[in-house]
Design a protein around this ligand. Structure first.
Ligand SMILES: C[S@@+](CC[C@H](N)C(=O)[O-])C[C@H]1O[C@@H](n2cnc3c(N)ncnc32)[C@H](O)[C@@H]1O
Length: 358
């Protein structure tokens, strides 16, 4: 047995202790979100636990421990002279402001929602067979929906669609669009609201996602969206759509090659597939060395994305970081797409590919 270096042991313990704290923090932050603690702390400014608890009609003892945990992990500031807690503008952007591009609260939701999967995943590691998206329940789908809301609601229509040649004109006149893997349909709704003359179909294999989508569509009051589960109604294999979109779907699906060739078959000639997928390097080593979110993304992968991609016995299991630009280029070419480009869209998380069917 190798001798244990006490200094290294101390460092390692500090690091792993931080990881355990982060695990607890996910649950404790979700509580802060649901109870309005982060938002109220920001709104009222520096305060003590009594003031914050009173404002929210909560029990002071619980609020005090919550604040002390949050201060120790660095999400809440503490002024030890004044004995007051506060939420910084940066923390507000990440933890409270759903309209900010850095908003990350959905990731906490998703992390907490997948903890029960630990039981099932022991079996998956032995057999290879993962879990369907639906097996995580609605909280995971909601978390993922919240994570991607900003880009769908604020960037898709004004920034991304104009990058597709003539697409705005086609959509304005009346086009047929499929949003495949639509999840809660935030992207479908944003496009449908902007282009009322066009018809949209949101496809998703998850009944949980389709339920979310139904509720979101009803709330938005849009009437030009239909929803469909491709397990019951596959994408039409005749030229039907002027535009197909996928937002973080290909790396998740058990049969990405089939999905890509179905999309190719469903597009009209001179039509486009806008494909958002996770930004990563081509090799694990590059991700390890240079990807600022590699730990988060491989974590998501084991618990959600690769898990879903392995949810059939012959699933491809690409993994969260598995649909790289090179893989995307190769797989789309194999399906028949010979016009591949990457759009110049600034995003720390995603790449955007544009495929044209000739
Ligand atoms: C990571 S979620 C993204 C959801 C949504 N596009 C978003 O960005 O919030 C991936 C979604 O793709 C769906 N999905 C996976 N494979 C699919 C397939 N072959 N056809 C349709 N939907 C699929 C999953 O059920 C899930 O809702």
């Amino acid at each position: 047995m190798n001798a244990v270096d006490q200094d290294k042991l101390g460092e390692f313990l500090k690091q792993t202790g931080g990881m355990v704290a982060a695990g607890f923090n996910c649950a404790i932050s979700v509580l802060g979100d649901r109870l309005g603690l982060f938002k109220t702390l920001y709104d009222i400014g520096p305060c003590d636990s009594t003031t914050l608890a009173k404002q929210l009609n909560l029990h002071e003892r619980w609020v005090r421990e919550w604040l002390q945990h949050q201060a120790c992990v660095g999400q809440v500031d503490y002024d030890s002279d004044a004995k007051l807690f506060a939420l910084s503008a940066e923390a507000h952007a990440v933890l409270v402001d759903a309209d900010h591009p850095a908003y990350l609260m959905g990731a906490y939701d998703a992390a907490v929602a997948v903890f029960p999967a630990v039981e099932k995943l022991q079996h998956a590691f032995r057999t290879g067979l993962g879990m369907s998206y639906d097996e995580h329940g609605p909280d995971c789908a909601c978390g993922i929906e919240r994570m991607g809301a900003f880009s769908k609601q604020q960037r898709l229509v004004p920034e991304m669609l104009p990058m597709i040649p003539h697409m705005q004109d086609r959509l304005a006149v009346g086009a047929a669009v499929a949003d495949v893997g639509c999840g809660g349909a935030l992207s479908t709704i944003a496009m449908a609201q902007a282009f009322p003359n066009s018809q949209f179909i949101g496809y998703d294999t998850s009944e949980v996602a389709l339920q979310r989508a139904r509720a979101n569509i009803a709330e938005a009051g849009v009437t030009n969206i239909r929803l469909s589960n491709p397990l019951q109604e596959p994408l039409p294999q005749q030229p039907t759509f002027d535009l197909v979109t996928t937002f973080d779907v290909v790396h998740d699906t058990p049969y990405p090659d089939r999905l890509i060739s179905d999309i190719y078959g469903a597009l009209k000639p001179e039509s486009y597939w806008l494909c958002e997928d996770i930004r990563g390097f081509e090799t694990f080593n590059e991700n390890l060395q240079n990807h600022p979110m590699a730990g988060l993304l491989y974590g998501f992968s084991v618990m959600v994305c690769m898990n879903s991609g392995m949810s059939t016995a012959d699933g491809a299991g690409l993994g969260t970081l598995g649909f790289t630009r090179k893989v995307a280029e190769e797989m789309t070419k194999a399906a028949g797409f010979d016009d591949f480009s990457q759009l110049d869209i600034d995003s720390p998380m995603n790449n955007y590919y544009l495929l044209k069917k000739a």
